[in-house]
Structures are given as structure tokens and as C-alpha cells.
Design a protein around this ligand. Structure first.
Ligand SMILES: [Fe+2]
Length: 265
């Protein structure tokens, strides 16, 4: 499991406040699923800009220049989707010691020495959690946090209200991530051992296998997952910005989501 050469990471500006950094990333030395970190600048009620970083990869030229541009070199909030996305957590805390981390319990246990940590727990499950409820003031109209405890890794996600984007780690995948291998030496999904798992995780409006993987493997409590799916469907979402694979937009994105989660409706 790991990232490739940091020089293969590149920043893709979605709009003036939202940039993603795409990079090659491998699970189990075999499955090239790619990775994406999301950088979101929000204007708080006090007029101050805050930079929220979701699921960061290694600090690279691409991420450092994005932080410089959107946060004047400073990060305010670091959101970690789950324990599978903690490879670079300590590196970030070392570089940005004042950062406020928002995560689940398993992630928080990795950084006991860090003071500014807010943990999402059962009382936050499957609803929009306002930042003010977590002690984060002034940005309730910009985003909400989601906590999905029925996910195998107890996922923490963000709903970006301005861009109508669901930003998440592993709720589902849309591999292969062509956008994440643009700067790689070679496409990351060649070879049979790679193609098989990538086929299994194919995300289309009629893919058959990933819905079963989600139902039997990734989500552990069907009634709770139904609540999660109901929550997602209640949100106005124009983009699904996941960590692994290509971003899904508009009506097509919803068709994919509805197919992948049809066993939970
Ligand atoms: Fe992941």
C-alpha cells in the first residue's frame, strides 16, 4: 500500500475555492486505485477564510502550492475519513501543528499527543452535523460533517454546501481513476492482478459486483446503512468527490450511486 513518486501528484482546480490533488496510489501492492486529497476554502461569518483539507496524501509540490494559494500556507481543519487514510496524518501535524483534526475514534487514537482533535461518534451518525456542534464556529452555512458508523472503517465525510459536493474517502470507489494517473509513468491498472479487483469495483449505473461488495463486505449493518443512504438522497449533490477514482457529476453520478446502494433501499 502506498503513494508513488510525489512528483506524480498534481493539483486540479475545480473552482476558486476548491482544488483536488490527484495522485497514484496502490492498495496491497497490487491494486492501483489512485488517491485524491481535497482542499476547500470557506469564508467564515467573521469574514476570515478557513482552509479545510480532506484526506491528505504526502506533502508534495502540488499540495504545498495549493495550501499556499488557498490558505496562505496555513491549514485550519484536517478531516480524516478513516484509519485507512492516516499514512500522512503525522507528517501533516508536524508541518501544521496548529491544525484542528476532525476524525473518528480509531484515527484519534493514533494521535493522542495532539490537542485539537474532534471525534465523531454514535450521536453524530447518519445526519448532517453542523460544524458548530463540534466547536467549529462560523461555517455552518458552508459545510456539514457526516459520520457513517455502519461502514467497515466508520467513515467521516463532508458535504460542501456551496459546491453541492459530497467529499468522501471510501464510501464507494469509481476506479480506475484515470484522472489520478495522468502524471504517472504508466497507467496504473495494467496486468491481470490489477484488472480483476478493478473490475470488481467498477462503478456504473448497471455494474453488478460493487453493489454486492458494498452489501456483503463494506457495510456491516443494513438498517443503519439504509439510514445513511436516505441521508445522502436527502442532500442536493452535484458532485461525488471520492478518494479513489474519477469524480462523478450530475445525473450520471446519481445513477451510479443509486445502483451501487440499491440493496439498501
Ligand atoms: Fe481509501
Amino acid at each position: 500500500m502506498g503513494y508513488g513518486n510525489p512528483e506524480q501528484a498534481y493539483a486540479e482546480q475545480i473552482n476558486e475555492n476548491l482544488t483536488v490533488v490527484n495522485a497514484p496510489f496502490k492498495v496491497g501492492d497490487r491494486m492501483d486505485v489512485g488517491a485524491r486529497a481535497t482542499f476547500l476554502r470557506v469564508d467564515s461569518e467573521s469574514g476570515e477564510s478557513k482552509l479545510v483539507v480532506f484526506a491528505p496524501g504526502p506533502i508534495s509540490e502540488a499540495s504545498a502550492s495549493t495550501i499556499e494559494k488557498l490558505g496562505n500556507g496555513k491549514i485550519d481543519y484536517l478531516v480524516v475519513p478513516n484509519i485507512g487514510h492516516t499514512m500522512c496524518l503525522k507528517q501533516y501535524i508536524e508541518h501544521y501543528p496548529g491544525v484542528h483534526v476532525v476524525c473518528n475514534k480509531a484515527t484519534a487514537e493514533l494521535i493522542p499527543e495532539h490537542e485539537a482533535v474532534t471525534v465523531l461518534e454514535t450521536s453524530h451518525a447518519n445526519r448532517e452535523v453542523a460544524p458548530s456542534e463540534l466547536g467549529i464556529a462560523g461555517i455552518d452555512d458552508k459545510l456539514s460533517f457526516l459520520f457513517v458508523p455502519s461502514h467497515l472503517l466508520k467513515e467521516v465525510a463532508i458535504y460542501d454546501k456551496t459546491d453541492k459536493a459530497l467529499i468522501f474517502g471510501d464510501l464507494f470507489m469509481n476506479v480506475p481513476g484515470h484522472s489520478q494517473y495522468k502524471k504517472a509513468d504508466a497507467p496504473g491498472w495494467t496486468g491481470l492482478l490489477n484488472k480483476v479487483p478493478l473490475f470488481l469495483y467498477k462503478a456504473t449505473p448497471d455494474s453488478r459486483v460493487q453493489p454486492l461488495l458494498l452489501y456483503y463486505l463494506l457495510y456491516r449493518d443494513t438498517p443503519l446503512t439504509r439510514e445513511f443512504v436516505k441521508l445522502i438522497k436527502s442532500l442536493e449533490i452535484e458532485s461525488f468527490i471520492m478518494c479513489h477514482g474519477d469524480i462523478l457529476s450530475g445525473e450520471y453520478g446519481w445513477k451510479v450511486f443509486n445502483n451501487l446502494f440499491h440493496n439498501f433501499t
